[in-house]
Ligand binder design. Structure first.
Ligand code: GDP
Length: 296
């Protein structure tokens, strides 16, 4: 994950760390390296600028220069700021005091929504949310309903589906009522994506949101698409209020840009990270742990 970025940052910081003394020029040089590494990792350029300025300000402003082990302190500042960039504190799902807690999954086609729906169901089941149902409202993508029937069952969730002929808003409404009737703890609603953000998608999503009254709206974005993932999140944010992000496909050759920029650009935290095609390759996202993982 973020191999190339991690390698470059670690090389720069290892150089900084090993110095007995540190001048302002050394800090500036290190920041230039870090800036390049972040830009190459497809981090939004405004975010990069803010980040390196924040690190520089803290490093130069806190009398790090001239102190014992100044390099260590700069490394710590970079670590803190990187965690802050990704949201600081880990963000939490909200649970409704009157079940079901409804979680609406939004995102473009292929972003990993259906997979994340089942993965989240599995994770919640593991956390003792005893009865989880998933609703198959993606009636447009070929085989999405079939896919959810398979992976949803594997995740230990009840799959609420009405094939591909019914209207997605109708299915969503029906699923919410059924979850209430059956006393489900959690209902996760898989919605239809499109290849691009378009008016129809947004209208449908807004309608599904209205009829399901979700406790959480999660936007699934594909980390491998880098800046595009962040642009998509920005476009969604303009139309459908979402609470947090599921960053999918953080394995593979994701360069890291999306994970590092999305909170800063949209103001919404990453709640979960998906790191593979298997059901259990899904975890809560912790900015501090992620920063440590990147910096080694
Ligand atoms: P949807 O159209 O948004 O519902 O997307 P899917 O859930 O069907 O995912 C699209 C493709 O991405 C599928 O082939 C999934 O197996 C794959 N996929 C989903 N999440 C991940 C992930 O975290 N890592 C990897 N490598 N592949 C993923």
């Amino acid at each position: 994950m973020f191999d190339s970025l991690a390698e470059k940052l670690q090389a720069t910081l290892s150089d900084v760390r090993s110095r007995g003394t540190l001048t302002e020029d050394d800090v500036n040089a290190a920041m230039r390296e870090i800036r390049l590494a972040l830009l190459e990792a497809d981090v939004n350029f405004k975010v990069v600028k803010r980040f390196t300025n924040a690190v520089k300000e803290r490093a130069l402003g806190s009398d790090v220069i001239g102190q014992l082990n100044p390099g260590q302190q700069v490394v710590k500042i970079v670590n803190d700021e990187l965690a802050e960039l990704m949201g600081g504190e880990s963000a939490e799902l909200r649970f409704s005091s009157s079940p079901p807690t409804v979680i609406l999954m939004a995102g473009l086609q292929g972003s990993g929504k259906t997979t994340a729906t089942a993965k989240l169901a599995r994770l919640l089941r593991e956390q003792n949310r005893s009865s989880v149902a998933v609703a198959a409202c993606d009636v447009y993508r070929p085989a999405a309903v079939e896919q959810l029937i398979t992976v949803g069952a594997r995740a230990g969730a009840d799959v609420y589906e009405r094939g591909t002929d019914a209207d997605p808003v109708e299915i969503a409404k029906w699923a919410r009522e059924r979850a209430e009737r059956e006393g489900k703890d959690v209902l996760i609603v898989d919605t239809a994506g499109r290849l691009h953000v378009d008016e129809n998608l947004m209208k449908e999503l807004a309608e599904i949101k209205r009829v399901t009254n979700p406790t959480n709206v999660l936007l699934v974005v594909d980390a491998m698409t880098g800046q595009d993932a962040v642009n998509v999140a920005e476009q969604f944010a303009e139309v459908v209020q979402f609470d947090g992000v599921v960053m999918s496909k953080l394995d593979g050759d994701a360069r890291g840009g999306a994970a590092l920029s999305v909170k800063s650009v949209t103001g919404k935290p990453i709640l979960f990270a998906s790191t593979g095609e298997k059901l259990d390759q899904f975890e809560r996202f912790h900015p501090d742990r992620m920063a440590q993982r990147i910096l080694g």
